[in-house]
Ligand binder design. Structure first.
Ligand SMILES: [Zn+2]
Length: 101
């Protein structure tokens, strides 16, 4: 495993935790745990070959990272009931996208 990949995982855990701490203070732990679920969409990497390619941009490539599903993630973050899961997914896409720059 290369260090870039580990850094990526760390970011995907730390950023939701910071957002939970800043905006969802009373239920901070629960909020962070739900947002961690955003990392599950990386399971779509298993469909790709190779599974991890540091030169490939995940956003727009993998099915759960495609431009068609991003509006759905944004929509989920609008409604209070699905807000945390939606935010977790939006944060995930943003982080993956930043890694592509
Ligand atoms: Zn991803």
């Amino acid at each position: 495993m290369n260090s870039g990949f580990i850094w990526h995982i760390v970011l995907h855990l730390v950023v939701p935790m910071i957002i939970a701490w800043l905006f969802f203070r009373p239920g901070f732990k629960r909020a962070a745990l739900i947002m961690f679920a955003g990392i599950l969409i990386d399971l779509d990497h298993l469909l790709a070959d190779p599974i991890v390619d540091p030169d490939r941009c995940s956003v727009g490539f993998h099915p759960l990272h495609s431009y068609y599903v991003i509006p759905l993630y944004l929509l989920l973050s609008v409604f209070p009931k699905t807000r945390l899961i939606g935010l977790g997914l939006v944060i995930h896409i943003l982080l993956d996208w930043l890694a592509c720059l």
